[in-house]
Design a protein around this ligand. Sequence first.
Ligand SMILES: O=C(O)c1cnc2c(C(=O)O)cccc2c1O
Length: 462
Amino acid sequence: TQNNLTPKVMKESHPSFGFYLTKVKGLAPEYNQHSALDLKDIFSLTKAKLKASAQFNYMTDIPWLMKQYPAEYRSCPLLIVHGEQRGSKSALEKAASVFPNITLCNAKLEIMYGTHHTKMMLLLYDSGLRIVIHTANLIENDWFQKTQGIWISPLFPSLLGEQSAHRGNSATNFKGDLLEYLSFYNRPDIDEWCKHIKGHDLSNSSVFLIGSIPGRHLAERKTSFGHLKLRKVLNLHGPEKSLVTSSWPLIGQFSSIGSLGTDQNQWLCGEWLASLGTVKGCSLTSKTPLQLVFPTVNNVRESLEGYPAGTSLPYSINVAKKQPYLRNFLYQWKSDRLSRSHASPHIKTYLRVSPDNSSVAWFLLTSANLSKAAWGVLEKNGSQFMIRSYELGVLFMPQYLVSRKVFGVPEVKERKANMETISFPVPYDIPLIPYSNKDEIWIWDIPHIKAPDRHGNKWCPP
Ligand SMILES: O=C(O)c1cnc2c(C(=O)O)cccc2c1O
């Protein structure tokens, strides 16, 4: 799907399917021009006149955010959907009170430890609606030295005639799923935005929506969200099991890890991997090889930010020591092809890759880290599905984008002769690089003093 992006970001050697990374300061220009955007680029993608916008996020620096909008749009109505509570909530209210065009909407978080992780922009123009789903907080530190992912929708035109939840939908049911996700906030300000969405034609959105809504979901609601939604979508629309056999590894890449249980076969290699290893017509047993990408201490130390990059990689020692088995699955963060090996990853992606690393069966960009809170966990003998946090992601399925059975992997020399494949811009280098036996997983609340980072500092957390 071609977005009507301004030429400067569309000079692509390959279609980007609307998938972009954030710009990284200091890189050679060619690593920032193609398929890399910053917030100001996103706001200037179209010449149409912005009428209103909504920003769903976890962390928002309101004065900084306002400066990213073009001056002529800084008085447009802006809804900020957040999950702040107590002190940080009043701090946000204080910051917002300076801007009369800002309305705050507090997403309810009724289950302990849940967060509002979802990162989405709804941009209403006089000539259409654009949706952006991404992984960056609305704070400066998230936008210039990290690897972050962005999906930009086409500019969806207004629906002719009555607004409708059913007309202007696509084969991926993107419009229906987005309206269902937003309805669960049960907030009048968000319901207003649902009217705008109903009033637009989203029929050329060719990605699937994978969201998480906090709650204990029962019966058919169980497959509306989290990893069970992904299981359902892969079951109905996924790759053929004759092509994507259980030997195709599942790669998970994320910036935080939760408590996954003392036995890897319970949730990680049981319930969760069974969902992500699903192919059309069946939910594979979890024989799928699992490869997890999370930065080593050295990856963090060598990053552009140095050890402080670790403040966005919240993996704590108390959780890590309960799950030493993770070691068996770990791979380093490496992105030399995009010159982003030192741009610490805050992006979260999941994909299914062929054993010869030449093909990708599907690709998910999401806010969801590797945790039960984000993806959900079955309870009460599978009768209910408990999710703690709001999450949102988009699933790229080749047959819905390029009518091919698989995506290629960039820079793969030997192409299967008969398959003229189109590569998906995977944001890290494949094949992956395993941890060396000297590597340690990054943990943010213990000292790292063996070697200084590029700023000459060591890491001594409080
Ligand atoms: O982007 C996000 O949604 C997100 C959520 N949570 C955290 C935490 C935490 O929850 O302790 C610590 C540091 C960074 C983040 C972060 O970047």
